[in-house]
Write a protein that binds this ligand. Structure first.
Ligand SMILES: Nc1nc2c(c(=O)[nH]1)N[C@H]1C(S)=C(S)[C@@H](COP(=O)(O)OP(=O)(O)OC[C@H]3O[C@@H](n4cnc5c(=O)[nH]c(N)nc54)[C@H](O)[C@@H]3O)O[C@H]1N2
Ligand SMILES: Nc1nc2c(c(=O)[nH]1)N[C@H]1C(S)=C(S)[C@@H](COP(=O)(O)OP(=O)(O)OC[C@H]3O[C@@H](n4cnc5c(=O)[nH]c(N)nc54)[C@H](O)[C@@H]3O)O[C@H]1N2
Ligand SMILES: [Mo]
Length: 761
């Protein structure tokens, strides 16, 4: 495994030559130098392909290089010339492969043949597609559909996702957890109640109209770097950007545009954040309460002195419900409690509130630093509360902006990948396809894990992803997983989940989005939805890495045909021959959302789905936007008495469980991922020197031992009692029951742990 990591301060801005260098080196590493750079020019361009990395919006008028360092890494990783075929698997048993690192496994290259696990030889052996489909179909038919889970990672297209959910529902299950259940599900639960839509309300153009941008718990630098372009433009127009994050993330401090060599050389980057508030882990609810309280008290003072109101009274009266109760709650909250719970002082919060209250149009962005907490749903609602006070939803330049993760995770929910039946037009599906879909809610990711541990789930089909590596509670999950009757993994690259077989296990390799997808009617395009609810078409550009690979749509159709009785209303083969027919089916199912889908597929900038909240039409229980009174804003994750709050984060060199390299350039770490970032004062108190090895042990009284050793201590600019380390290495520290109330998103950003020193540097 990894050598000791090197730690060095990173002083340059994000972007710039560092990015250019990193892109060149991954293209070389993946042996795609020439072709790769040509393909990069088609990335995120109308008529080209949509990046397989993050879901940030794609502009109608793209830059010459409309990709970022990490998008280029993701492209190179997918179009690598390296392959893993039957020969590789003949040489390596799964027991042997389990000792390889995550990086080594995926670095072997693209999967090329359908394989079945042979337990006697502890190896995968090649099978034909027909054998694979027939074998899986026979197993699925033997199972109770409610004991089967159909997981989706957020990359598959709208067409594939629609086919997959229809297949599952015709089979008889609503067990459609997806990566969203570990991600922005807190958003999808919070926002419908308060603004009547499960997604963000901003469009890309709003970034050019806004006059203040807020950031809560989102690391733009690494996870959605193209977003730094509109941010830089806003910063250059002189508008404030206010960030709340326990860590000083480099891109939110300074950014250099790698498309602009002159600026890179002369100025060393544009300042992005005008205020940077390093609150304690989980302190956002309290910080937001402080912001709201400041705005309300300023408004009270304005009323008393007959000055212009601070609150947007017309908006609050006409469009909202519950204001008085919320305002009363804020007035009564004590500054002492707010300061303690947020880790920020009153002056800092007032300073931010002053800027917020003087801006006409404000955008609030947030990410996993909000959603992956026990009170993540409530904190997302607090962000909405703050925006509603000044009418910052449903007007140009303003809105709520949950920054989604996977490139099509939002779209998959839109076309029916959901375990929550209320989000799915079941009646419409029943009518269109003449079948009776199951009506009870299915399993979320956490529910599915519980059921796997209990043994009540017996079959698991995975459309992408690396489930066992991404979920909490690894030490209980791995042994339970091997008791599954059936595991089917549809994937592009080998990962750890594939190395833990069930009784019957298939590994099905698929085309990636960047590859040309040829079907009977010609080359196919697919669609996806970005973070701003705009739909884009995407065309593969590269020859498939191996003959005989099937598209995800063809694999889903193959599984469906082998499992289901024929249904004259669904011609799976016709759909695979021409994906435009699937888009027609999506339009028939969701006529308002996907009007003229095929016609608008390649509209530059994507076509925006209609969202009520954008037009101030509130599809909530009250018919208005709802203020909500928080219950736990002053009750952050507890620390002290030797207990620290651990947040598990992404490094610059990874996409989720895909580890491109062991570096985290912006945080100054290279050549190792087993590190833990700590405050110097905490290290001193515990007698830990930089470079010492420490062990983290989860504080929980359920009798399960959860600990991880061999972590190198790094002295870092982070609040006291807050510590940080990398996902997925730390996932065995997270108890399965430690999740966000209401959404069941694992609370990966606040795991209570103790720290012990193992060994000196
Ligand atoms: N290159 C790359 N791009 C990616 C991904 C990737 O792994 N690599 N993953 C994709 C996916 S699926 C997702 S969901 C997104 C994730 O993107 P992010 O939402 O940025 O997720 P994380 O990297 O987990 O970082 C969370 C941020 O929240 C901060 N934080 C942690 N706890 C708190 C807290 O209590 N309060 C506040 N205010 N901040 C906190 C951390 O310091 C960090 O800056 O990125 C997507 N894009
Ligand atoms: N501790 C902790 N845990 C976390 C998080 C955290 O911040 N901290 N974040 C959570 C979040 S936000 C998310 S979204 C989840 C992510 O969980 P997942 O979505 O399950 O995991 P990924 O790492 O994105 O999946 C990577 C695998 O997807 C496969 N793949 C890649 N491209 C394709 C494709 O085009 N088609 C198919 N079929 N397969 C493909 C490859 O085989 C690759 O190995 O993890 C969650 N887990
Ligand atoms: Mo995510």
């Amino acid at each position: 495994m990894s050598e000791k990591a090197k730690i060095q301060d990173y002083t340059a801005p994000a972007g710039g030559w560092g990015s250019v260098h990193a892109v060149a080196s991954i293209l070389t590493q993946e042996e795609v130098t020439l072709l790769g750079s040509e393909i990069l020019l088609k990335q995120n361009k109308p008529g080209g392909f949509m990046c397989v990395s993050c879901s940030w919006a794609k502009p109608a008028k793209p830059l010459p290089f409309e990709f970022c360092e990490n998008g280029a890494k993701a492209t190179a990783w997918e179009i690598t010339g390296k392959t893993v075929g039957p020969q590789f698997f003949a040489q390596h048993t799964l027991s042997e492969l389990r000792s390889w690192s995550d990086h080594q496994l995926e670095e072997q290259g693209r999967l090329t043949h359908p394989m079945r696990y042979d337990a006697a030889r502890d190896r995968y052996v090649a099978v034909s597609w027909d054998q694979a489909f027939a074998g899986i179909g026979a197993e699925l038919r033997k199972l109770d559909p409610r004991a089967a889970v159909m997981y989706t990672s957020g990359r598959a297209s709208l067409e594939t996702s629609y086919m997959y959910q229809l297949f599952g529902r015709m089979y008889g299950t609503n067990n459609f957890p997806d990566s969203s259940n570990m991600c922005h599900e807190s958003t999808s639960v919070a926002l419908p109640e308060v603004i009547g839509v499960p997604v963000g309300t901003v469009l890309l153009e709003d970034f050019d109209k806004t006059d203040c941008i807020l950031f809560f718990g989102q690391n733009t630098t690494t996870n959605s770097p193209r977003m730094l372009h509109p941010l830089r433009r806003a910063a250059q127009r002189g508008f404030p950007v206010i960030t709340f994050n326990p860590l000083r993330e480099r891109g939110l401090e300074r950014f250099t545009d790698p498309q602009n060599p002159i600026q890179m050389v002369l100025t060393g980057g544009t300042r992005i954040s005008t205020q940077y508030h390093q609150l304690r882990v989980g302190g956002d609810g309290a910080a937001l309460l402080g912001l709201c309280k400041s705005v309300i008290e300023a408004d009270d003072a304005a009323v008393a002195t007959k000055r212009p109101r601070v609150i947007d009274v017309a908006f609050v009266e006409q469009h909202t419900h519950g204001f008085e109760a919320f305002a009363q709650y804020c007035r009564q909250a004590s500054w002492d409690d707010i300061q303690k719970a947020s880790g920020l002082n009153r002056a800092a919060i007032l300073e931010a509130a002053k800027v917020y209250a003087s801006a006409h149009a404000v955008i609030a962005n947030y990410g996993m630093g909000i959603t992956q907490h026990r009170h993540g749903v409530e904190t997302a609602k607090m962000i909405a509360n703050l925006l509603l006070l000044r009418g910052n939803i449903g007007k140009p330049g303003a809105g709520i902006s949950p920054v989604r993760g996977h490139s099509n995770v939002q779209g998959q929910r839109t076309v029916g990948i959901s375990e929550k039946t209320m989000l799915v037009p079941l009646d419409r599906l029943a009518e269109l396809y003449a079948f009776e879909p199951p009506r009870q809610d299915g399993l979320t990711t956490v529910d599915a894990c519980e059921a796997i541990i209990k043994g009540s789930v017996k079959g698991f089909v995975s459309l992408g992803g690396n489930f066992l590596r991404a979920v909490p509670e690894r030490s209980l999950m791995e042994p339970a997983w091997s008791k599954l009757r059936l595991s089917v993994q549809i994937a592009t690259k080998l990962n750890r989940t594939h190395l833990v077989p069930g009784e019957v296990t298939y590994l099905l390799p698929c085309l990636g989005r960047i590859e040309i997808d040829r079907q009977a009617s010609g080359e196919q395009a697919v669609a996806m939805e970005d973070s701003t609810a705009c739909i884009h078409g995407s065309r593969g550009q590269r020859q498939p890495v191996a003959d005989g690979l099937l598209s995800e749509a063809a694999i889903v159709a193959g599984l469906a045909k082998a499992t289901l009785q024929p249904n004259p209303r669904v011609d799976w083969d016709a759909w695979v021959a021409n994906y435009a027919l699937v888009r027609d089916a999506i339009e028939r199912t969701y006529p308002d959302q996907f009007k003229d889908f095929n016609k608008r597929l390649f509209q530059p900038g994507g076509f925006a789905r209609p969202l009520g909240a954008r037009e101030r039409k509130w599809k909530t229980s009250t018919g208005k936007a709802n203020f909500t009174v928080p219950k736990a804003a002053l009750n952050p994750p507890q620390h002290g008495d030797g207990v620290f709050q651990l947040m598990t984060l992404r490094a610059d060199g990874q996409f989720n469980t895909t580890i491109y390299n062991e570096d985290d350039r912006f945080r100054g770490v290279s050549g190792g991922r087993l590190v833990v970032f700590m405050h110097a004062g905490d290290m001193k108190d515990l007698g830990i020197a930089p470079g010492d090895l420490v062990r983290l042990s989860t504080v929980a009284d359920d009798g399960v031992e959860r600990s991880l050793g061999g972590l190198q201590a790094v002295s870092f600019d982070i609040p006291r009692y807050s510590i940080a380390a990398y996902y997925p290495e730390c996932n065995n520290l997270i108890p399965l029951w430690h999740y966000a109330e209401g959404s069941k998103v694992p609370a990966a950003k606040s795991v209570p742990v103790r720290i012990t020193r193992e060994k000196g540097a």
